[in-house]
Ligand binder design. Sequence first.
Ligand code: ZN
Length: 86
Amino acid sequence: MKKRQVVVKKSSSNRTSSVTVRYGECLKNHAANIGGYAVDGCREFMASGAEGTAAAVACAACGCHRSFHRREVNEVVYEGSSTSDA
Ligand SMILES: [Zn+2]
């Protein structure tokens, strides 16, 4: 038996959402100059430096710019006032 949870949306102003962005596998084509297609196999972007610096957008694993990595956007919506749920 599978239960489905139904979230009833009310028109409340307590609704907040937070968007988290993570960067997945590297999609840079390293063989583009020879007319082929080969990626470096990097599975997930890891910043090589602190946020705000140039190193923050360079992958520590493969060295490519962050924009070569697949972008995943997750939006989490919080409803109501159950924020003190410990
Ligand atoms: Zn790469």
